[in-house]
Design a protein around this ligand. Structure first.
Ligand SMILES: Cc1ncc(COP(=O)(O)O)c(C=O)c1O
Length: 404
């Protein structure tokens, strides 16, 4: 019998998503929302929304003309706000007509892949990755090519990327600040990447694009700077979402910005627009676009987020955990005291602490803590983290003893 579903969706379903399996089938799936647990699994909001957010939506929900809630693509006023904001933040001449408003980064990434890759093209992504890249690439009918980054820093490994490039390579997805490592890629590394991609594009006779996932580009710690591939490599599609900076992932707004000076920008822009239509009208709704000038100025309390990071980093290090101190993002990546991260996660669950096992994001032997948990959860969890580390030590000692 022929398959009952499309080959694209069959490919996506075939790309096992252990992350989804965890979200739907784990003990956390059964207990999420229970009062008293310490929930560090996802980047979902667990405290009240940013002040000014609801007020901005209320203000802009009063219609100012008959078209207020009409069909919207990329509203010129919204694109102008984004171009100004990017120019101010990153430097460079971002043009309003080269901004494409999307309903979040998920749509932005999907649209970007559809606009510049063909089925059969190779798309490089870096591991440990955000969970959806591989299936998004497969969903496009393209071929995912994984490049593993080295613990504990998980820096951009340009030499490894260069080795992974073939004549079929069409794009590379770069995510900085990185989920899950929290690493911000340096300007020097991006310059090196740019030169490798320029050379490879020239020898392939066909451009390689960077699809730059900048979901966390405003979630930075310690006063650090963020460097965008878009100001280093002109064939960059910069993808952003307001869902992280405002911690409102259920409100879908983001954009794709073409890098200043992108060659063939008009053609690429037209392909993005068509791809947005073909992807099911991948534009943010009218109200979000009307409110963007107000929303763009808002942010979650980064100092409060950093306080949670600092408390956890200090406490966990004191308990003997090894970890990568994040430079940005919502996440703290910790080495599991037991080689089997799933087994260690169970020791935490027994203490009502829920974290994301590294096995779900191609990083067995680690676990990820989301700092969007409340400060109360952070404080309440410390005793449990300490006790679980002690128990893991005993388990490891007993295991070592049994081996002799
Ligand atoms: C690295 C990364 N990219 C993209 C997204 C998707 O963002 P959004 O849901 O706002 O589109 C996420 C969400 O967790 C993410 O962590």
């Amino acid at each position: 019998m022929t398959r009952a579903i499309s080959s694209e969706m069959a490919a996506m379903l075939g790309a096992k998503m252990p992350f989804f399996a965890f979200l739907t089938g784990s003990e956390w799936a059964r207990r999420a929302g229970e009062p008293g647990i310490c929930d560090f699994v996802t980047g979902e909001p667990q405290e009240m929304p940013v002040e000014g957010y609801a007020e901005a939506l209320a203000r802009w929900s009063a219609p100012q003309n008959p078209h207020w809630f009409g069909y919207k693509t990329s509203e010129p006023a919204a694109c102008a706000v984004v171009a100004d904001s990017l120019g101010e933040r990153l430097g460079g001449d971002f043009r309003p007509e080269q901004i494409f408003m999307t309903n979040g980064a998920i749509a932005g990434l999907t649209v970007a892949l559809k606009a510049v890759t063909d089925p059969g093209d190779e798309v490089v992504f870096l591991s440990p990755p955000w969970f959806a890249y591989e299936s998004m690439i497969q969903g496009r009918g393209a071929v995912p090519v994984r490049v593993k980054l080295q613990a504990p820093r998980f820096d951009l490994d340009v030499a490894a990327i260069e080795r992974a490039i073939t004549e079929r390579t069409r794009a590379i997805i770069v995510n900085s600040p990185n989920n899950p490592s929290g690493r911000i890629y340096s300007s020097a590394a991006l310059t090196e990447l740019s030169s490798v991609l320029e050379d490879a594009s020239a020898s392939n006779g066909r451009p390689i694009y960077v699809i730059s996932d900048e979901a966390y580009s405003k979630v930075l710690f310690d006063g650090r700077s963020f460097f965008s591939p878009a100001t280093h490599y002109a064939r960059t599609l910069l993808v952003y979402t307001y869902g992280k900076t405002l911690l409102t992932p259920g409100q879908r707004m983001g954009y794709i910005a073409l890098a200043p000076g992108m060659p063939d920008a008009e053609q690429v822009g037209a392909a993005i627009f068509m791809s947005q239509i073909a992807t099911g009208w991948a534009f943010p709704n009218a109200l979000l676009q009307h409110a963007i000038a107000d929303l763009d100025k808002l942010s979650i309390d980064l100092a409060a987020l950093q306080r949670k990071r600092d408390l956890l980093v200090d406490a966990l290090t004191g308990f003997g955990y090894e970890l990568t101190i994040p430079e940005g993002t919502f996440y703290l990546l910790v080495r599991s005291p037991l080689p089997d991260d799933m087994a260690f996660v169970d020791l935490l669950v027994a203490r009502d602490i829920f974290v994301l096992p590294g096995s779900t994001t191609e990083l067995p032997g680690y676990f990820r803590i989301s700092l969007t948990a409340s400060m109360q959860m952070v404080e309440r969890s410390l005793e449990g983290f300490q006790a679980a580390a002690r128990e893991a030590e005993q388990v490891a000692e007993a295991g070592a003893g049994a081996a002799f």
